[in-house]
Design a protein around this ligand. Structure first.
Ligand code: DAK
Length: 262
């Protein structure tokens, strides 16, 4: 049996941190140990000043086929379920609260918790074989990590209802047409394309990138008036940074800016 460490691979490539879920024998099912290791690795990158963007990848056959059903099936009812899943929940919250941008590299199954994990990332690069769905209803539950919320905000009520109430799955092309993913690429290049996007983001001034991420999330999470006010405050705060001065001066001087992250 593999250890959780071998089931989650961590690497650094320049200014990006890459975390890969590697549990092929269970189609990358998200056990508590796997989620512990994923949130630990991403949290570490989020705190590391040399890392500017992150990629969360699965394997070609599966991003993740859901939370580990074997682990979940023994959970007792009521308050006990909440208590036993508390650790799981804190991992999900930690990933949802990351400050640096996170790109999901999705190929194959992204079902249940797998779809929720992809949607908790900021952008999704999908391979042509990617399949997205919330099939929890088929095993007697509903999504527990954002599948009814994030999916509805992206694809709208009608399709989200259909997916959550019938288990209907979306192909990669359908997901692209509904705005769930950023791009669809051949399976051979889903990881390299996700890394490319992360490198492009990592080349931008990090404080502005993080402010933009927080502002976009504020748009998703709040009413328009609250989102606009959040965006305005973040915008003004960037005028206290050296990168704002450097960016605008470099533009005037017709040269490439040199970002310091200060
Ligand atoms: N959990 C555990 N094992 C899984 C799994 C899963 N979700 N999905 C697949 N596997 C395992 C299979 O048991 C099988 O193992 P062996 O029998 O070989 O030992 C192996 O992976 C290969 O699977 P199959 O033989 O089934 O492969 P097929 O190609 O025939 O089918 C499939 C692939 C993806 C269609 C099928 O495996 C499938 O339907 N899987 C289950 C999909 C599913 O229902 N996913 C949703 C699970 S519920 C929460 C956070 C998250 C969640 C809840 C709460 N909180 C923070 C509170 C999330 C819940 C869920 O995701």
């Amino acid at each position: 049996m593999k250890t959780a460490a071998a089931e989650v691979l961590v690497e650094i490539e320049g200014k990006i941190g890459v975390v890969t879920i590697n549990r092929p024998q269970a189609l990358n099912a998200l056990s508590i140990a796997v989620m512990d290791a994923v949130s630990e690795a991403l949290g570490g990158f989020d705190r590391d000043p040399s890392i500017h963007a992150m990629v969360l990848a699965g394997l070609p056959k599966a991003f993740a086929a859901g939370a580990d059903i074997g682990e979940m099936k023994g959970i007792a009812g009521g308050a006990a379920a909440e208590k036993q899943l508390a650790r799981h929940l804190s991992n999900w919250d930690r990933i949802g609260n990351l400050k640096k941008p996170l790109v999901a590299a999705v190929s194959g199954f992204a079902l249940g918790g797998g779809c929720e994990l992809a949607m908790a990332c900021d952008m999704i690069v999908a391979s042509e074989t990617a399949v997205f769905g919330q099939p929890e209803v088929l095993i007697g539950v509903i999504p527990g990590a954002g599948g009814t919320q994030r999916l509805t905000k992206v694809v709208g009520k009608a399709l989200s209802m259909e997916m959550n109430l019938t288990g209907r799955k979306l192909t990669a092309r359908e997901a692209l047409s509904y705005g769930l993913v950023n791009k669809v690429v051949p399976v051979e290049s889903f990881l390299s394309e996700a890394k490319k996007l992360a490198h492009t983001i990592a080349a931008q001034p990090p404080l502005a990138v993080q402010a933009a991420k927080a502002s976009v999330l504020a748009a998703v999470d709040s009413k328009l008036s609250e989102g606009l006010s959040f965006e305005r405050q973040s915008f003004f705060r960037l005028f206290d940074t050296q990168d704002q001065k450097e960016g605008m001066t470099a533009f005037s001087e017709k040269r490439k800016p040199v970002w310091t992250g200060k």
